[in-house]
Each structure stands twice: as C-alpha cells, then as structure tokens.
Design a protein around this ligand. Structure first.
Ligand code: AMP
Ligand code: ZN
Length: 113
C-alpha cells in the first residue's frame, strides 16, 4: 500500500524507533505513548486489520511470538503487560495497517479488560 504510514515504517521510508525486527514482523515505539512502555507490533505485509487474516495464515502467531521475544528482550516479561488490537471505527482504529499495542511499565487499570 503506497500511501500507508506503517508500510512506510516497515520498509524504512519513514523513520521509527525500532525495538525488534524479523523477516515478517517489525516493532517500534509508539509516537504518543500511553504508558512508560508502548510498542507497536506490525506485520511487514499490509493487512487493514484482523478482518483480513485468513484461516491458515500464520501471521498472528508470528506477531505473538515477536511479542514474547520483545517482552523478554525489554525486560517487562515478569511484571506483565497488556496487548491491545483496535479493529475498525468503534474501537478507534486510526491507522489502517494491522497493529498490536504492547502496553507495559506500570500497573494498568482494570477498565476495558
Ligand atoms: P490505533 O488507534 O490503534 O489505530 O493506533 C495507532 C497508533 O499509531 C497510535 O497510538 C499512534 O500514536 C501511533 N502512530 C501513528 N503514527 C506513528 C508513527 N509514525 N510512529 C509511531 N507511532 C505512530
Ligand atoms: Zn500498510
């Protein structure tokens, strides 16, 4: 997708503070952090959101494996963290390239799960 900001981050056209990268996935710091640690994990390939994921596609397990690696690499695995995926208008998805927020570094409230 030529006009997609996260595609441009994935291919290096737009700078980001990367914390993890492999063949399929890239993770970088959110520009507007909602917690001491706020990382976005995205597939390099463009998906609008989870509604584009097919049954035998392994991208979601690849993303969660990356989250596992990032938690240990960044040292917040033991204290815990939250993963959030906004899908569509009611959830407030603003960037139409599937992404998973990792929120960590503080005690999180009990609102909205
Ligand atoms: P969402 O509301 O789930 O679509 O989240 C989009 C997130 O992308 C927001 O938390 C933004 O702060 C973040 N964001 C937008 N542009 C950038 C960027 N260029 N680099 C890092 N994070 C960004
Ligand atoms: Zn994209």
């Amino acid at each position: 997708m030529s006009d997609c900001i996260f595609c441009k981050i994935a291919n290096g056209e737009i700078p980001s503070t990367k914390v993890y990268e492999n063949e399929d996935v890239v993770a970088f710091k959110d520009l507007n952090p909602q917690a001491p640690i706020h990382i976005l994990v995205i597939p390099k390939k463009h998906y609008n959101n989870v509604l584009d994921v097919e049954e035998n596609d392994s991208i979601i397990s690849k993303i969660y494996y990356a989250i596992n690696k990032i938690a240990k690499q960044e040292g917040f695995d033991k204290e815990g963290f939250r993963v959030i995926n906004n899908c569509g208008e009611n959830a407030g998805q603003t960037v139409m390239h599937m992404h998973f927020h990792i929120i960590a570094g503080k005690k999180l409230g009990e609102g909205i799960v």
